[in-house]
Design a protein around this ligand. Sequence first.
Ligand code: FES
Length: 117
Amino acid sequence: MDHFTNPRNVGIIENPDGYGKVGNPVCGDLMEMYIKVENDVIKDIKFKTFGCGSAIATSSMVTEIAMGKTVDEALKITRNDVANELDGLPPQKMHCSNLAADALYEAIKDYKNKKKK
Ligand code: FES
């Protein structure tokens, strides 16, 4: 699996338009997601995680799916989409893939909150 060995969009964005951070209740790993948004379209997205290989692969996947989408489209990316894109993850690894989607939701929520101000 390419996303394991060659993850995309790892890093951080300075002054992001949205930032999300979630902890995994199952294993305690952390995921941070940064987005840059222009006219409601995700122009750039980066993540940083202390999670396992599955978490890294799914985040890489999520960032690729979300890039270029509007924030509302990106909100529709579900945990299952992610697992499907990765050809299904073993059930004991599902919580790892949830981390990426959840962090993305948080980042988008953050963006929307900021916009309201
Ligand atoms: Fe912690 Fe996968 S074991 S994110």
